[in-house]
Write a protein that binds this ligand. Structure first.
Ligand SMILES: [Zn+2]
Length: 95
């Protein structure tokens, strides 16, 4: 027996078997509801417990993250150059 997707017993009810199924995954991105059809999930055939595939979750998170693809070094803060307003604070040396 060497299933490509080895089914495993349900951690919830211990009686059922988690089987790979494809569901519509819902998640919130800021204030937008994102739906992902045909999302891989493990579903118990007895109690119906769902566990979304962790690799698929990670993939989705990467897809939704605008930082994806950039070298993920230390987060950098972009400093906007401030307009030179220091003249106003400087005591005028001219008359
Ligand atoms: Zn179960």
């Amino acid at each position: 027996m060497s299933d490509e997707y080895a089914a495993y017993s349900c951690p919830e009810c211990q009686a059922g078997v988690m089987r790979l199924d494809y569901l519509t995954y819902f998640t919130w991105l800021d204030h937008e509801l994102i739906t992902v059809p045909n999302f891989p999930a493990w579903v118990c055939d007895v109690c119906g417990r769902r566990e979304y595939d962790q690799r698929a979750i990670a993939w989705l998170a990467a897809m939704l993250n605008p930082e994806t693809g950039r070298p993920s070094s230390a987060p950098r803060r972009v400093r906007r150059p401030r307009p030179a307003q220091t003249d106003d604070l400087r005591p005028s040396s001219r008359e």
